[in-house]
Design a protein around this ligand. Structure first.
Ligand SMILES: [Mg+2]
Length: 411
């Protein structure tokens, strides 16, 4: 096939209920590709990286040379890895896969080797202020057809807590959105002792209430020390979790050795990591069971596929990160990869607010607790500029946690 020179590279920023940064690459022949460049709470850093530093380099280059472009952007930056760089490279990479799919007249998963399964198992979120509230939330998810559900609950006597939707009104708990459109960072309180003593009783209740079949997950969200994480994993073993996520900050991968020595509860980690080099010790030592990376923050389809294939050598499976800050473009890219790799585990699915659907038209579909990316050529996502113009960027920050005595803590 002849070359497809890149004519334009546009950075599109819109906020249909939350901020999204989208990259649109257009070839001289008018073929367009979309990439997700959304880095929650630090969106404009990636927008500038792409607009000011990457776009001028891409004009006139061949959109079909995906691997070469990836290596060029990675190596020519000199400053390697990190969330801003790897999100920017991801946006370009995903846009080029979208273009290649459209040129070939095939969905991206076909270019990646074709479907290795019929559809990708997804998990949803359920949360509540108490067991009654959480029970309603789980029943709503089961009624929608989900077979895997992440449970988060407020800890008695403690404000905040991770992953709890605020308010029962208007289905509020089903639209949990951690990034707050507030002028400043919102602060939540945290007490590890209360959490560790309360949580096992919640999963004991959930198994009694919903039976052995439903797959249950939980996210500790980086808040525990290794020995606290070990205790939590051990105390949850009777309740057969699909996984326990982010039990301790991953700054020291070797900390997971201590957790592993004490528990057989499967561990999932990695949403703040960006590269195969970050994941290497976790995978090679089999310190985790699931790679929690996203296409959007890990260098795109090209690099996340590399991470998953490396993980496959060690019987570690995928568990792609899929919160609402992964845009519908990023979600579509994840689903194409989920369908094509061998060592697929599960895909997080946190449905976007309806307003996002006015800007992004998607062709992925949900049925019986699983998703399929659809068979439109490329990623199968279209961007509506007119709709996007109605939703200007609004600064938003992720929260931070403080211990009861005011000490800053991991959120
Ligand atoms: Mg998480």
């Amino acid at each position: 096939m002849t070359a497809s020179p890149i004519r334009s590279v546009e950075v599109l920023i819109a906020s249909p209920s939350r901020n999204f940064v989208t990259l649109r690459i257009t070839t001289e022949d008018g073929v367009t590709g979309l990439g997700d460049a959304t880095l929650n709470g630090r969106e404009l850093a990636v927008a500038s990286y792409l607009r000011d530093h990457v776009a001028p380099l891409l004009i006139g280059t061949d959109a079909q040379r995906i691997e070469d472009t990836w290596q060029f952007l990675y190596r020519s930056a000199y400053w390697r890895r990190g969330p801003v760089t790897m999100t920017a490279i991801a946006a370009v990479d995903v846009a080029l896969w979208d273009i290649k799919g459209k040129l070939a007249g095939m969905p991206v998963y076909q270019l990646l080797g074709g479907a290795a399964r019929e559809s990708a198992l997804v998990y949803a979120h359920a949360s509540g202020a108490d067991l009654d509230d959480l029970g309603d939330s789980v029943r709503a998810r089961l009624a929608e057809g989900y077979r895997a559900i992440r449970l988060q609950i407020a800890i008695p006597g403690m404000e905040g807590g991770y992953g709890i939707s605020s308010g029962r009104a208007n289905g509020g708990r089903y639209m949990y959105e951690p990034a707050q459109r507030a002028g400043l960072t919102v602060e939540h309180g945290w007490d590890t002792r209360r959490y560790l003593s309360h949580l096992p009783s919640v999963f004991e209740w959930a198994r009694a209430e919903f039976g052995p079949e439903v797959m249950l997950l939980h996210d500790a969200h980086h808040r525990l020390t290794p020995i606290e994480a070990a205790r939590l994993g051990k105390s949850l073993e009777p309740f057969d979790l699909f996984w326990l996520e982010d039990v301790t900050p991953v700054d020291n991968p070797e900390a997971l050795r201590l957790v592993r020595r004490h528990t057989t509860t499967p561990l999932a980690i990695g949403e703040v990591l960006n590269s195969v080099w970050d994941f290497r010790p976790l995978i090679q030592e089999q310190l985790i069971d699931y790679v929690r990376a996203s296409v959007t923050h890990t260098g795109g389809i090209t690099h996340l596929k590399r991470i998953f294939e490396f993980a496959a050598l060690y019987q570690v499976r995928s568990g792609s990160h899929g919160p609402t800050d992964i845009s519908p473009v990023g979600m579509a890219a994840a689903l194409h990869l989920d369908l094509a790799i061998h060592n697929f585990g599960i895909q997080e699915h946190m449905a976007h607010a309806p307003l996002a659907g006015e800007v992004f038209r998607t062709s992925y579909r949900f049925e019986a607790g699983a998703m399929h990316p659809g068979d439109a050529p490329g990623l199968g996502v279209e961007y509506d500029d007119d709709a996007a113009a109605r939703f200007a960027y609004e600064p938003a920050y992720l929260p931070v946690a403080r211990l009861l005595d005011g000490t800053i803590h991991d959120w």
